[in-house]
Design a protein around this ligand. Structure first.
Ligand code: ADE
Ligand code: ZN
Length: 335
């Protein structure tokens, strides 16, 4: 199974680029930018990465970003991830970035986007991996700041495929950003939102995503299983679910493998992703391996998960068909 998963052509649709900041790169960028860190070495830094749920994870995640300042820093961050992704046979990645986590501390939007898109461009040429960017709005900031960020993104519209919503979900429902997402849609952006696992009012948040915001995908979203009506609606509309098993284990204590299997059985377009792999110690291959072993997934189920991912990807029909054909060829050759 390990070699089958390694060779499987894969897509990653739920990956926060800031969540790929490995301690080694964090140290290197701190040195380059003359930023003092409160750790003597990498082991001490890793030992400081202590969290048990979403609200204890987020401060650690935001704090680490202080070393990202110049376009080259964002380039190096994305390039490191894309090299790693290519080595895992990830054929396509949709990558979240959190501009407000940078503009709120004085880093210009242009510095963030120019570094990231440069790395994506080079990766297509040099590593043969396709990737696109999704701008994530931080839901624990105001709707006004979200709108200002959306407007700031417009000159870079061609470099950003969609708009997402992340960060602390408590008391920050999708409807808080209804006007921002309506404007994003009118600008031609694709829409997705986090509905993190087991959060307060989560089923209501999933309902708002479907009936008020009109998202095409939900990031996490596993609590949809608590409502037969929402499962039916999501299945009929082909809503994509970007699930992150190892992240689930970190923030809820459970891989949620039983639930993922149930989502597959109920005909939902569920996919497997890595979320914040530098913090949750598992990139995409390791997520698929953990899940395959604890849920006893068959090769056919693993292929189905990747087929779902290519189908819900925000790619042109031609690119999708190319990747789906590659997947079908691999499945046929590795029964
Ligand atoms: N930002 C980075 N990772 C996140 C997650 N898993 N949930 C919400 N916001 C995030
Ligand atoms: Zn996420």
């Amino acid at each position: 199974m390990t070699s089958f998963i390694h060779g499987l052509p894969k897509a990653e649709l739920h990956l926060h680029i800031e969540g790929t900041l490995e301690p080694e790169l964090r140290f290197k960028l701190a040195g380059r930018n003359d930023i003092a860190l409160p750790y003597r070495d990498i082991d001490e830094m890793r030992a400081g990465y202590v969290f048990h749920d979403l609200s204890s994870f987020l401060p650690v995640y935001y704090d680490a970003m202080s070393v990202l300042v110049k376009p080259q820093d964002f380039y190096d961050l994305a390039w490191s991830y894309l090299e790693r992704a290519a080595s895992e046979n990830i054929r396509y990645a949709e990558i979240f970035f959190d501009p407000q986590a940078h503009t709120s501390r004085g880093v210009e939007f242009h510095s963030v986007i120019s570094g990231l898109r440069g790395a994506l461009f080079d990766a297509r040429r040099l590593l043969g991996i396709r990737a696109q960017l999704i701008l994530c709005i931080l839901r624990d900031h105001s709707a006004e700041y979200a709108m200002a960020t959306l407007l700031e993104s417009l000159p870079y519209r061609d470099s950003i495929i969609g708009i997402g919503l992340d960060s602390d979900e408590r008391d920050n429902p999708p409807t808080k950003f209804a006007a921002v997402f309506a404007r994003a849609k009118s600008e031609g952006y694709r829409l997705t939102m986090h509905c993190d696992v087991d959060q307060l009012d989560i089923v209501d948040h999933i309902r708002q995503c479907l009936s008020v915001i009109g998202v095409e995908r939900i990031d996490h979203g596993m609590n949809v299983l608590e409502s037969d009506e929402l499962v039916a609606e999501a299945a009929t509309r082909g809503i994509g679910f970007t699930v992150c098993p190892v992240s689930n284990r970190y923030v809820t204590g459970d891989l949620k493998d039983t639930e993922l299997k149930l989502m597959l059985e109920r005909g939902l377009k569920v996919t497997v992703n890595s979320d914040d792999p530098a913090y949750f110690a598992a990139y995409l291959t390791a997520n698929l391996e953990s899940l395959a072993s604890s849920a006893s997934l068959t090769k056919a189920e693993l292929v189905q998960l990747e087929r779902n991912a290519f189908e819900i990807a925000w790619l042109s029909t031609g690119a999708k068909e190319e990747l789906l054909a590659e997947l079908a060829h691999y499945a046929a050759g590795n029964p």
